[in-house]
Design a binder for this molecule. Structure first.
Ligand code: FAD
Length: 416
């Protein structure tokens, strides 16, 4: 049975020349590409954006990807890359890799759905420097380092737009987190954590340090006992236990402390209770200190304070307590968002307009789709994971093939 989702995605992936009314759309031809083709613009080069870009039939469209990062990152491998078990180059794919894709290393600042334009600002400043722990606080905002001429905005027109801008880290406004904690969301974050870890290890070998100071430097705290925080704790534990580490830092192992802190009564609270208990037990026995039911009061440069434990001296705090909407999603108005501010789509992944009142599904915004962490299908809550995104990409791929090779309509359906 042909679902509304397949029908609408077919429209997105069917050659423009086959459809009526495209001449008008062509007025919006963009700075790149063949004027006879429609322009499909994707905001974001993560799991959702990159999968879509890979699957779309590029011979039929001008394809533009705007992303603040130059690479697609295999996020499940980020904890291993942070510890050094994997190299950063092993877990990324460059987005600027084919002439069939016009890649813009820029931030999409705003979208005007009436004129079908996106306002962009170059993301030219290397983010790693911004998060490099040696860079002074006032320089930590990447924009502060960007030369004035590169702050200038420019516009890109689209015929079809896919918003796949992902998510940012949720901090719940906890004092000091943004300034003093590290985040494991992308390669830049992972690089900054690794940099800090090895810097601390180096400093901890200084003979003039007291054991108390050494232990403070080597107390590494992870806030958030979800999958990411737990995996990172396990990776750091494995690093400290491995033979090479002990050979490189023969005196440090007894001073190492890894603490995993969570506000909930258990870590991995979204998983089956037995799994959560098993993981917690395994961690405790391995020497990872699991501190649950904790309320974090603040994070300072060299300490973290909880209501229950007081001040804990630490050299590294990694914050991983869930997600919030990215700034671009906060900024765009006149569209439907859920209670947490994430974009709402219909089952065809079309962005919905702001509802006028409670009632039936609001109308869709013309030619705009959204998927991945930044969006939810209305009334079908799906967790923000890469696994959820894969079926989207697979459906799109099969529909592209169906449309391009046979001209037949697909019978695929995302929601079953
Ligand atoms: C450490 C870690 C481990 C994980 N492990 C797993 C796992 O094992 N299994 C699993 O299923 N999921 C896992 N996830 C979750 C998974 O990575 C996300 O659900 C997935 O990345 C979401 O894909 P996305 O494309 O929506 O967003 P992202 O992959 O975050 O990509 C968003 C992209 O949009 C870009 N962007 C954002 N704003 C703008 C803008 N204004 N202009 C231009 N570009 C912009 C960003 O630079 C980025 O490239 C993990 C996540 C992390 C952080």
């Amino acid at each position: 049975m042909s679902s509304p989702l397949s029908k609408h995605l077919l429209r997105l992936t069917t050659p423009a020349v086959c459809r009526p009314g495209t001449a008008a759309l062509r007025r919006y031809a963009t700075i790149a590409g063949d004027q006879s083709k429609e322009t499909v613009v994707v905001i974001g080069g993560g799991w959702a954006g990159y999968n879509f870009v890979r699957k779309l039939d590029k011979s039929q469209y001008n394809l533009i990807c705007i992303s603040g990062s130059t690479n697609f990152v295999t996020t499940p491998l980020l904890p291993s890359a942070t510890s050094g078990a994997l190299g950063f180059r092993d877990i990324v794919e460059p987005l600027r890799s084919t002439s069939e894709l016009s890649f813009h290393h820029s931030w999409a600042e705003d979208v005007d759905f009436n004129s079908q334009t996106i306002t962009c600002v170059p993301a030219s400043s290397p983010a790693f420097r911004a998060k490099d722990p040696l860079v002074k606080e006032q320089q930590r905002d990447a924009r502060a380092e960007t030369p004035q001429r590169l702050k200038a905005t420019y516009k890109i027109k689209y015929d079809k737009l896919v918003i796949a801008a992902g998510s940012y880290n949720q901090t719940f406004g906890t004092p000091g987190v943004e300034k003093n904690a590290f985040f494991l969301k992308d390669i830049e974050g992972a690089s900054a954590i690794r940099y800090q870890m090895y810097e601390l290890l180096d400093i901890a070998t200084w003979p003039m340090l007291s054991d108390a100071d050494r232990e403070a430097l080597l107390t590494w705290v992870i806030v958030g006992g979800g999958p990411t925080g737990s995996e990172l704790a396990a990776e750091l534990h494995d690093l400290v236990k491995c033979k090479q580490f002990r050979e490189a830092y023969p005196t440090l192992a007894p001073h190492m402390r890894i603490k995993l802190i969570d506000a909930a009564p258990t870590i991995l609270s979204t998983f089956d209770k037995r799994l959560a208990e098993y993981a917690s037990d395994k961690f405790q026995r391995a020497g990872i200190e699991v501190l649950t039911s904790r309320r974090i009061k603040k994070v300072d440069t060299w300490s973290i304070e909880t209501e229950q434990d007081g001040t804990i001296r630490t050299g590294l705090v990694v914050w991983s307590t869930g997600i919030k909407v990215p700034p671009i999603v906060e900024r765009i108005r006149g569209i439907a968002k859920d209670k947490r501010g994430f974009l709402q789509t219909n089952e065809e992944l079309q962005l919905l307009k702001e509802p006028v009142s409670d009632g039936p599904v609001p109308a869709a915004v013309e030619n705009v789709y959204a998927m991945g962490d930044c969006a939810q299908i209305k009334d079908h809550f799906l967790p923000a994971t890469a696994q959820v995104i894969s079926p989207f990409a697979s459906c799109i791929r099969s529909w592209v093939y169906t449309a391009s090779l046979t001209g037949r309509k697909s019978t695929g359906s995302l929601l079953g």
